[in-house]
Design a protein around this ligand. Sequence first.
Ligand SMILES: Cc1ncc(COP(=O)(O)O)c(C=O)c1O
Length: 391
Amino acid sequence: MNFDEIIERRNTNSMKWDHLKAVYQDADLWPMWVADMDFRAPESVLNALDDVTRHGIFGYHHPPHSLRIAIQDWTSRRFGWDVQPENMTFTPGVVPAIHHLINVYSNEGDGIIIQTPVYHPFFALLRSNQRALLENRLLQREDGKYDIDFDDLESQMKKGAKILILCSPHNPVGRVWSESELSKIAELCARYEVTVISDEIHADLVLQGNHTPFAKLEAAKDLQVATCMAPSKTFNLAALQLSYVIFNDKDMQKKFEQQMKQNFMGIGNPYSSAAAEAAYRHGEAWLEALLTYIQGNVDYVQERLQQEMPSIHAAKPEATYLMWLDFRELELTQDDLQNWLRNEGRIALNDGHTFGKAGSGFARMNVAAPREHVVEGMNRLKTAYDKMKNI
Ligand SMILES: Cc1ncc(COP(=O)(O)O)c(C=O)c1O
């Protein structure tokens, strides 16, 4: 594994590299947006995919039991969480899974809590399902990190919330919620009978601390919890579209599977199953090396900001390869900030505003790329910064 290797992604139909014009109206920006990585997947995954290709038959597929066992081993080894193979349901992505979970656990008009600023499709999921948005804004500390506003969370629950969509670890603020924070959430959910959809897609990408699966908590054992996980972020397999939901309630799982069937949702393909199983069985050393590399990129970005661009701030993420950059000291409107990043910085970052109003003045930077790419992005940002400050 050589994370410094530059692998050309232009002209490969990559969302991050080849879809810039459609989103930013400019194809030449330096892409640090879409949450995937510019690294090749582990060798074991590539070999498993080669085997599928060489077999050469791509008929209807059913994910094998051995994949369930590989997931069971992984969650047990990585998180000390014992899950049963039959409690997992495969889905073609976490976002589609959440869409169907919302439909199983709630009705039109019901309130759903999300903790903002947060992964932007959560808003779209509520909108397209005509659910009422109950916004629990996270509180930013002096050091730039975020905490949960528990008083507000409780008041959102009092409004009759049916579901809390937890983002754990949290995208974009990078928090790894502690066991005590999660237990406090669980106690409130128990008191107000709120079901939890726990999006744990970033669970493997922890840089500091340990990830605690919400459903593993003692305080969550009487709650309805659907845990969404995937190898997609961890091993850079997003395009293979495999994820899974772990249920702690058999009836809910049954309803969910019925809902999937009624909506003609597919059950996967031999590439995604083979890649996921190889990654979970043989990808752990690769993952550890990846995390060290990402931490190096995070440190690099933070150091350059502190030394060369002191008006831009970023707390180190405890998890994910996404950095939440705070530009508020530049005193630009959100539109001006986006225009400045594009026109002067020539970089594509995710607009903070799409993560909710609480994201105004922020932008999200993806650092899962060879160091040279991150250096290029930071050089561009520095050029724009110096020009603005007349340095
Ligand atoms: C919190 C979170 N959930 C879900 C997803 C996307 O999941 P999928 O591609 O499996 O739909 C992302 C991708 O960035 C994410 O950050």
